[in-house]
Design a protein around this ligand. Structure first.
Ligand code: ZN
Ligand code: ZN
Length: 683
């Protein structure tokens, strides 16, 4: 049940701004607040929450109207922003018309003086407890991570509340805060009134708190304008705080901003810096909370068979069956993993549809996953229980004797090729059994459509402990393949031109990779124009409808090589697996030097063709498997790039499901036209 009422909703900066009210239990009156919720690729995800406390006489509407540049930054960084309308709506006898004391003032304390206590002056409890839990329950914001900032009295409120409650608010910053109120006229008056003595105000005084508590945060950001009248008349006292913090080893970044005063113009100028400051810390907090929530490795099963849920492919063209299987413990050189999330890939479906003549049944499909190591077999040193790994269907033995692993030209390590192709572990046996004890084949060395899997150690890419597995699982196949085709196989350079055929997840990741490489022109080709919006968003400069958008008398390659460009594109990529499209891709590449890269997997028995003249006149044909990435050395780097915000991948996740048993539904979703990647979270 929702506790708050939404009074208005406005679309802002790509997200939504809600103005709300709710009956507050801690203040005994109707309170107003505004919340900006960014739109996220996964609408069920809880964005971290950044709370803003207004200063004296200000309400949430001041911030919304005058510091609106915050919302675009909050949308870009995926942070929700809650502006507390902390001036209570009711007036009480004794309210001071000078506004620095009274029920509408902005000192965030719980009153002890009976007069104010009875009037419900509990702004501290309201901000600390009531509002954050309301925001979590009503808006699904800040479930994992919260931080706080504010202005003037609100800046002081943010500082003292965070310093006292670092387990609730993981970061704090402020604009022109009243840093040491027991030493200033406003603070003395307020504490005397609400708490009956100035001395009692010390427990709400940021400077006193930092003296007492020592180092609490990695850094505290404070901006103060040098022309702020309250700085010059001794209300703010930022240097008192800075000095006390230094003595306590608490880092404070105090920025004195020349010429700025106490106004919202000052806040609006620097608010983006503050949102960035908080976002970095909120994301780290969110990742560590999620890590704690999911990392439930039961070490008691080490060395024993584990029974778990799995979706078994019993035969071609038959829906997967939900079964309880037994996953045996890992043998020498093997790793047993708990599969946390698995994304569907067309190669799984291709095998399930019986199109792969070498497909083995019964088997457990799945090869694009995020996992946590449960136990390791003898001799395994590169990963340990609790580590996060992405399974790789292209292993990397990394032995000096392996000419493939030693060569920078390829990622095709043949170390376990024959057993992997035969659906077995490297020693020629399987670790998977059904309820009757019959063997189940492994698939692509992964088999991640089960809650547990056994992998060869040389197939495990160990990744950062904070990586969200339900996102970075995409680096296990399709998205990595597209990026690698551009960066490794073709090595596209700045200013070069590119054409991409087929705009599924792989094609879009080719576009993303080409844009990141600085391609000057990216031509996106598909028979379905509904894919063009996503392609353009990813960086395509031209979109070609190859079914209905080609001029009379031409084919698509002639349209690209002799219409859109003069001689063709420097690089072309086939992401369809259709051999006639592979031909078109080759033939639209540049006379003299054009290169075409085959990424899509063609149906069994199909062959490619072109006139040899196409190659004689300087075009070359290439192919790539897993984008040329070496699983164990390169996948962790992709994950780091993602974690640093340089390589967003959320846009590929169009569908999510919970529980391995939902895999058939995810397959249906993948068959529908609008799906790029469907991720099934298991735990
Ligand atoms: Zn795949
Ligand atoms: Zn090797």
């Amino acid at each position: 049940m929702k506790l708050s009422t939404i009074k208005s909703t406005i679309a802002v900066a790509g997200g939504n701004l809600y103005r709300c009210s709710h009956p507050s239990t801690s203040t005994g009156s109707e309170m107003l607040f505004s919340i900006f919720k960014p739109s996220l690729p996964d609408p069920l995800e809880s964005p971290p929450a950044l709370f803003y406390l207004s200063g004296l006489t200000c309400t949430d509407s001041n911030f919304i109207e005058k510091a609106s540049s915050a919302f675009q930054t909050a949308q870009d960084l995926g942070v929700s922003l809650i502006v507390c309308g902390t001036s209570s709506q009711k007036r009480v006898e004794g309210d001071d018309e000078s506004w620095d004391f009274g029920h509408n003032a902005g000192f965030y304390v719980d009153a002890t003086n009976p007069k104010w206590k009875e009037a419900g002056y509990n702004m501290y409890t309201y901000v600390l407890d009531e509002l954050p839990s309301l925001i979590s329950s009503d808006f699904n914001c800040g479930v994992h991570a919260r931080s706080i900032f504010g202005h003037s009295m609100g800046g002081h409120g943010a500082l003292q509340i965070a310093l006292k409650n670092p387990e609730v608010f993981c970061a704090v910053s402020a604009f022109a805060p009243i840093c040491n109120p027991v030493e200033g006229a406003w603070g003395k008056k307020a504490f005397e009134g609400y708490l009956s003595s100035v001395d009692a105000g010390k427990e709400y005084d940021a400077t006193e708190l930092v003296k007492k508590n020592g180092r609490t945060f990695d850094d505290i950001l404070i901006d103060v304008g040098t022309s702020d009248q309250f700085l010059t008349d001794g209300q703010l006292l930022p240097n008192n705080f800075k000095l006390a913090a230094e003595m306590s080893q608490q880092k404070v970044t105090l920025r004195m901003q020349p010429g700025y005063d106490h106004s919202y113009h000052f806040i609006n100028t620097f608010v983006s810096d503050h949102v960035h400051f908080h976002s970095k810390r909120l994301k780290a907090e969110q990742r560590s909370k999620i890590l704690q929530a999911t990392e439930e490795i039961d070490v008691s099963m080490t060395g024993k068979p584990i029974k778990c849920k799995a979706m078994v492919a019993r035969g071609p063209k038959i829906p997967l069956t939900e079964e309880t299987i037994t996953v045996d413990p890992p043998r020498a050189g093997e790793v047993r993993v708990k599969v946390m999330a698995n994304a569907l890939c067309h190669t799984d479906i291709y095998t399930l549809d019986g199109l792969d003549p070498e497909g083995l049944f019964p088997c457990i499909l799945g090869h694009e996953a995020g996992c946590i190591v449960e136990s390791v077999g003898e001799g395994v040193l590169s990963v340990k229980p609790g580590d996060r790994v992405i399974p790789g269907y292209t292993p990397q033995c990394a032995k000096p004797s392996c000419i493939f692993c030693m060569s920078p030209k390829t990622n095709l390590c043949p170390a376990i090729r024959s057993t992997q192709g035969a659906g077995k572990m490297p020693d020629g046996t399987t670790r998977l059994r059904d309820e009757k004890g019959e063997e189940i084949f492994h698939f692509m060395g992964c088999s991640t459509m089960a809650e547990y899997a056994v992998l060869a150690e040389i197939s495990c890419a160990k990744i950062d402990d904070s990586a969200p597995l339900d996102k970075v699982c995409l680096f296990g196949c399709g998205v990595a393949t597209g990026l690698g085709a551009v960066w490794n196989t073709c090595k596209v350079q700045k200013g070069e031109t590119v054409a991409v055929f087929g705009l599924g997840a792989v094609g879009l990741s080719v576009i993303q990779g080409a844009k990141m490489a600085g391609a000057s022109r990216i031509i996106a080709v598909d028979i379905n124009p509904s894919k063009f919006e996503a392609a353009t968003k990813a960086g395509a400069t031209d979109c070609v409808d190859s079914l209905n958008g080609i001029p009379e008398g031409k084919n698509v390659q002639q349209h690209i090589a002799g219409g859109l460009t003069q001689w063709g594109v420097d690089y072309s990529f086939d992401c369809t697996g259709i051999v006639s499209v592979m031909r078109a891709a080759l033939e639209c590449s540049h006379r003299g030097w054009g290169t075409s890269c085959v990424i899509g997997v063609a149906a069994s028995g199909h062959e490619i063709s072109t006139r040899p003249f196409q190659l004689v006149t300087g075009r070359s044909w290439k192919g790539t498997a897993f984008g040329g990435f070496k699983t164990r050395t390169d996948v962790p780097k992709l994950v780091n790039k993602y974690l640093e915000g340089e390589l967003p991948i959320e846009q590929y996740i169009t569908h999510t499901f919970e529980g391995v048993e939902k895999t058939n539904e995810a397959i249906d979703a993948l068959h529908s036209g609008d799906c790029l990647r469907a991720v099934v979270k298991y735990f």
